[in-house]
Design a protein around this ligand. Structure first.
Ligand code: GLA
Length: 381
């Protein structure tokens, strides 16, 4: 008997798969209207759900390690503040923004299983939001376009989880395509799918350092960027060039100068990376990933010693290790690195990273090989 059946005493009618994401390049520039290059990954949430006639949503988040069943009254969608219940704000937030958008909320019960680690910089929050959004859509019969759904989920995260995130994660989770990276232009939300080279594998290494973007540092980076635009009297970072920044450096203090330099140089790196990916130019891919990580570490200050160690360890491997490039991925302050490596050499890379990480930090590293998969989807059972 499935866990849904044993818990709810009936069969589920839909199954939703909602993947996590990694970002290849374009970090901390989605909220500045830059381009980013995420992919949806094979680690995902699986939600089994069935319609309820009562105005409640019952969730058994068994596989997410989040404890026992919860019951959400659709007539009282209040934000939770108890630390053990904070995860529920992603669910309650999506329910509330869908209701505010004019959709009559359906009651449903659901189990959630997961192969996606939480707090690992792999967008488990966006996967949860998108999964709940798909359940609401399936049971209300009102389907949203992938961009509108992402915007609703982002709004839920802003208003209920208190994280002023950009749009990258929700769009990557929703619009992923098998075998492709997304070149996502956050200024107009257009998406181009760029094929991943077949000779390369992606290795994700989760440091186990839990990031918490709600703790204020993420918001501070956004505030710094707003301040930079204010000082330069500009509407967007697209108006800012490195030359202008150097010439007008006197208008910014040292910290803001570094923040601005990250934004401008990272925006440039994304287009170059997309071209290098299409040309299978390994040398350029490696240099661009290295530059991105350095910029995040020194100028944007969102890395941490564990991430830096793993990136340095990957680049320090001999040429025949097949490593193409490596960098932190996601919001930072912990979380994961992503490394591009020649297919067939990924297992050796993992063994080497795990060994050196354990020697250095005395704890294990959670590595896995990943590839680009389809975005979140619903199947009828
Ligand atoms: C988090 C946010 C995204 C993005 C990344 C950094 O994952 O949710 O919107 O800003 O950090 O690139």
């Amino acid at each position: 008997m499935s866990s849904f059946e044993s818990h709810f005493g009936r069969s589920a009618t839909i199954e939703i798969t909602s993947p996590g994401r990694i970002n290849l390049i374009g970090e901390h520039i989605d909220y500045l209207g830059g381009k980013v290059m995420p992919i949806a990954i094979g680690k995902h949430l699986t939600i089994f759900a069935g319609r309820l006639t009562e105005r409640v949503v019952e969730i058994f988040p068994e596989g997410m390690g989040l404890g026992s069943a919860v019951r959400i009254d659709l007539d009282h969608l209040a934000k939770r503040s108890n630390p053990a219940e904070l995860w529920m704000n992603y669910v309650i937030g999506v329910l509330a923004v869908y209701e505010a958008s004019g959709i009559e909320l359906p009651g449903f019960c659901a189990t959630i299983d997961s192969t996606l680690p939480t707090g690992a910089g792999l967008s488990s929050s966006a996967a949860l939001e998108t999964g709940i959004a798909l359940a609401i859509e399936a049971f209300s019969g009102i389907e949203q376009d992938v961009v509108d759904r992402a915007l609703l989920c982002q709004r839920a995260e802003h208003e209920f989880a208190g994280v002023p995130c950009g749009i990258m994660d929700q769009l990557a989770v929703g619009a992923g395509r098998e075998g492709h990276a997304l070149l996502l232009d956050c200024s107009d939300l257009s998406i181009r799918h760029v094929p991943m080279p077949e000779d390369l594998a992606l290795v994700t290494a989760d440091t186990g350092v839990k990031h918490a973007l709600g703790d204020g540092e993420y918001r501070k980076r956004r505030e710094d960027c707003n301040e930079i635009l204010k000082r330069f009297e500009m509407a967007s970072f697209h108006e800012l060039s490195l030359e202008y920044l150097q010439a007008s450096a006197g208008l910014l203090d040292e910290r803001l100068l570094r923040r601005a330099r990250h934004a401008v140089t990272e925006m440039e790196r994304v287009d170059l990376f997309a071209a290098a990916l299409e040309a299978s130019d390994h040398e350029a891919l490696g240099q661009l990933m290295k530059g991105s990580h350095e910029s995040l570490r020194v100028d944007y200050e969102v890395s941490c010693p564990e991430l830096d160690f793993l990136v340095d360890a990957a680049y320090a491997l001999p040429e025949d290790s097949g490593v193409v490039g490596s960098r932190m991925t996601g919001g930072g302050f912990g979380g994961s690195t992503v490394t591009l490596v020649e297919r067939g050499k990924a297992d050796d890379l993992i063994a080497s990273l795990e060994k050196s990480y354990e020697e250095k930090f005395g704890r294990s590293l959670n590595c896995f090989i990943t590839s680009a998969v389809e975005g979140a989807k619903t199947s009828l059972i």
